[in-house]
Design a binder for this molecule. Structure first.
Ligand code: ATP
Length: 268
């Protein structure tokens, strides 16, 4: 049974930054993967870049309130989340999350899956069918809404994952490698969707594809060994690289230069 909401939970909360982290430390298993991270992001599309093991997934999981911070402060949608009695339900209602690997019931259809998540997000029952229909259409799966998840290709499954993340029109949308497995046409459509969502949502999207970031992000966040080592626009990222840095584009060279510098500074 779904319990009714308390007065505190219903009180409107305002914020300038959907995510505000200061000195954030988060463990992945026993390993401290986020090691003192400062980050403030608001409405827009923020690309999260970093080498394998930099802590991107762990950070995403903390922002999705799946992992609790070890220390530091974390405010999500204007609510402090590290304190006892924090309004995690309020944060979760306003958040959409596509994990790197997500679990699902293989026999659910796309529609059932997306509606189920809408229900978990405590959306009003009457609003659910239309919201699910819209989310499914936005990821280009309208013609497959009644197909079972187990019958979908990897790229289609990923798109169903994005649909469940946006069904509640979240204020904070966390997408962990959403473009993995998408064909070139779908990747282009997805970039457009991201730009569209970023007009009124704080979107944090983790990816290894610098070109995706340049095409659809207003802001780039580079992490290394669990910290933010650089934040700026895609244009500023492109300016960071030189001809000696590896990469096929100015932005890729800029990213390589930043990672090299972070490695040098970390003494690795
Ligand atoms: N359950 C775990 N137990 C121990 N260490 C872990 C665990 N999960 C992750 N780690 C370690 O934490 C660090 C950060 O991992 P994380 O998955 O957050 O990085 P990432 O930037 O998302 O990497 P990738 O780009 O490969 O997805 C890595 O060194 C990883 O080996």
């Amino acid at each position: 049974m779904v319990r009714s909401l308390s007065e505190t939970e219903l009180k409107p909360v305002t914020w300038e930054y959907a995510v505000q982290a200061k000195g954030l430390r988060v463990k992945a298993g026993r390993h401290l993967a986020v090691t003192g991270l400062d980050l403030s992001i608001g409405v827009g599309v923020h690309g999260l870049l970093g080498p394998n093991g930099a802590g991107k997934t762990t950070l995403m999981r903390a922002l999705a309130t799946v992992l609790s911070p070890e220390s530091g402060t974390l405010e999500l949608l204007g609510r402090p989340v590290q304190e006892r009695g924090a309004d995690l339900r309020g944060v979760r209602r306003g958040t959409g999350y596509l994990p790197q690997e997500f679990g699902y019931y293989p026999k659910f259809t796309v529609r059932e899956f997306v509606e189920y998540v809408a229900w978990l997000k405590e959306m009003p029952a009457l609003a659910v069918p239309v919201a699910a229909e819209r989310a499914i259409a936005r990821v280009g799966l309208a013609d497959r809404a009644d197909r079972k998840l187990k019958e979908l290709s990897g790229g289609m499954l990923r798109r169903a994952g994005v649909a469940q993340a946006i069904v509640n029109t979240p204020d904070l949308l966390l997408l962990d490698e959403p473009t993995v497995g998408l064909d070139p046409e779908q990747r282009l459509a997805f970039r457009e969707l991201l730009r569209d969502l970023g007009a009124d949502t704080c979107v944090l999207v983790s990816t290894h594809l610098v070109e995706d970031v340049v095409a659809s992000c207003t802001d780039v966040v580079v992490v290394h060994t669990g910290r933010v080592v650089w934040q700026g626009t895609p244009g500023q990222l492109a300016e960071r690289g030189g001809t000696g840095d590896p990469g096929d584009s100015a932005a890729e060279r800029g990213y390589s230069a930043l990672v090299r510098q972070a490695r040098r500074e970390a003494g690795a």
